[in-house]
Design a protein around this ligand. Sequence first.
Ligand SMILES: [Zn+2]
Ligand SMILES: [Zn+2]
Length: 344
Amino acid sequence: CLSSVLLPVLSRKNTPSILDVDFFHLLVGLVLSMPSLYQEEGIDLQPSAVSSAFNNMYIFHLVTMAHILQVLLTSSGNFPAAGDGEESEEARSAADLYTAVSQHTGRLVPDLSGGSVAQRIKAGIEPFLRCAALFFNCLTGVHPPEELLNVEALCGYLALPLNIFQLFQDYRDVVSPLLQRYPRIRNRLIELPEDYSSLLNKASHFQCPKSTIDERKHPTLCLVCGAMLCSQSSCCLSQLDGEDVGACTAHAAVCGAGVGMFLRIRECEIVLMASRTRGSTYPAPYLDDYGETDPHLGRGNPLHLCSERYRKLNQLWQQHCILEEIARSLEVVNVMFAFEWQLV
Ligand SMILES: [Zn+2]
Ligand SMILES: [Zn+2]
């Protein structure tokens, strides 16, 4: 059951990625909340000191392995190739781990130097081990026998194997089935129809969820999740941190942590949003037969999806460049007055 804390639940949306987790924070949380599992309707079933210690060790080992993976996944490539010299046991097991993980992330570099992988990972996890040592020192009152000058001393104090990659062999049965689930499918913007008229058709059937007054609405499509929103309309204003915001701003806060990409269907334009005060518009990725965009559908020619333009928008979003793009567009368009983006 602990592994479910460490790993994204694929059936549930918005679970954090392994790269987003602060593992020391998680370690403290898990260790301190463990006793509550033994509490049942007011009856105290606390485990013996020995089993508590084993529980803590098990948690610590799992969290440490997750953190090692985190370090490995973020030290992107460029490890030197294997030299000719004899490699140590530790270097070999580090290389094994690297190979196993690479098979699931598609970054397999053959014959790399296990020694350099081991070194980089040990340097990467040292701050975490130091925090953990302090934490367990406070928790158990057991003082380290020697000054914890290096990773080896820390491992000794924390009851980790001296060859830290040994953990993945010790827990092979637990860890290997989990590794199979990676990589997760890369996030993409939603699919858009080839023919713009089908979007216009969808917009004409759009009903505001909050008001039945038949005024002209601004149906706006979230390109991240496909939700249709009622934008720039007083009926769908909501409160965000005590401020009135429009449907898109409110939606972006939950759908993309404030960052959003929307298609205003009747205006045929993309709205990029990076925060409540920053946004910009962009032509929709649809072109007429002359290869022109049609902002605000002024010309009214049939429009077809331009996959190249949509691919670029996808890239902008995947590479977290929306804020940059907005900043750039603000330099081009000399803005005379601040547009109230939060009301979109
Ligand atoms: Zn959305
Ligand atoms: Zn509305």
